[in-house]
Design a binder for this molecule. Structure first.
Ligand SMILES: [Zn+2]
Length: 346
């Protein structure tokens, strides 16, 4: 029972923070975050990454150029930025890529990671003139991360926020796996949540998931924050419509995987329609899958979707990093969705 009383204590801290916006001045409460997020910055970044740079295939000059662009953006906001270079082998060839890491320091070591991959699949075109530029997958995720970084830079938090733009996701989650491999025992212990942003500009519905067999509280807090903001924020359906995934989980298809293997709670945001396909989702009812097709370009990306994702992501990262979590409970307590009870949609 002791465990539960502690649980309720954490729950009430979060409830307090969400309801009253924190403890200090209005500026630092987080209440302004939804107003400060406009989606304009995110949209501009999607424009630049997809229309100016274009497809950003892992191992290409465009991928490297994109890394430089992200580095410049984060440095311009005043963050200390680190380039984490790595190599990987693919079909007998060695390629190099890099993760771009910006750190917002906190008073304590408790850490939230916000990550998004910046590479795309290779350019492909169709007879109708459409060309894949990776605007949805995943210029959108990087762009939302950059707008969240811009908004959060002036907020004081207890905990650290680490922004990571991952390279080489489309060739086997290389950047995120390398990042997770470099984490020390201490880093892992200090990391209370990983927020993954992958394809948040195109699909039909706004979703957030945990990973498979993964503590669910970061997802549940995200659902709560999103729903309080008035967004129709959803998650995956689980049984009975799908027997392979539990309610609220996503499969091992994005950069959250390496972190869920470390038992770090995940909140993975994606625009997706799970009503069409309850075990994997399908991106849109009208066009089917857009990602990895010639339709994935700027014309498909919704400013409003970028904005709503950035609002929830910034508020979620702020709430978690504003709250000191009991060390021993970080991963454990969250198991079984007991952290915050959410009404299930399905
Ligand atoms: Zn992706």
């Amino acid at each position: 029972m002791k465990k539960y009383s502690r649980l309720f204590k954490i729950l009430s801290i979060f409830t307090f923070l969400i309801a009253f916006g924190g403890i200090s001045s209005a500026n630092q409460s987080g209440l302004k975050i939804p107003d400060q997020v406009t989606g304009d910055l995110a949209y501009d970044h999607v424009y630049y990454l997809s229309e100016v740079i274009g497809a950003r295939t892992a191992g290409s000059a465009e991928e490297e150029y994109t890394a430089d662009y992200i580095l410049e953006q984060l440095e311009g906001m005043g963050y200390a930025v680190e380039v984490q270079e790595f190599e990987y082998e693919r079909r007998g060839t060695i390629y190099s890529s890099q993760n771009i890491i910006a750190i917002k320091p906190g008073k304590i070591d408790q850490t939230v990671i916000i990550g998004a991959h910046y590479d795309s699949v290779s350019e492909r075109s169709c007879d109708d003139g459409n060309i894949l530029t990776g605007a949805g997958d995943n210029a959108s995720g990087v762009a939302v991360m950059l707008e969240a970084a811009e908004v959060l830079k002036d907020y004081k938090t207890h905990g650290k926020i680490i922004f990571v733009a991952f390279g080489a996701e489309e060739v086997g989650l290389k950047g995120s796996i390398y990042y997770a491999e470099q984490m020390t025992e201490k880093d892992i212990e200090n990391t209370v949540a990983m927020i993954n942003l992958d394809s948040v500009g195109v699909g039909d519905h706004f979703n957030v998931y945990a990973g498979i067999d993964n503590p669910g509280w970061a997802r549940d807090l995200a659902l709560k924050i999103g729903q309080r903001m008035g967004h129709d924020l959803r998650t995956s359906p689980g049984e009975p419509s799908c027997e392979f995934l539990e309610w609220g989980e996503a499969g091992d298809w994005s950069d959250h995987v390496a972190f869920r293997h470390l038992d770090i709670p995940i909140a993975y945001f994606e625009m997706m329609n799970w009503e069409i396909e309850p075990c994997a989702g399908e991106e849109t009812e009208e066009y089917g899958w857009v990602m990895h097709t010639c339709m994935d370009n700027l014309s498909m990306v919704s400013h409003e979707k970028l904005e709503m994702t950035a609002e929830v992501v910034a508020a979620l990262a702020f709430q978690i990093s504003k709250t000191k979590l009991p060390k021993s409970d970080k991963g454990k307590v969250a198991k079984g969705n007991k952290f915050i009870s959410i009404q299930k949609r399905y």
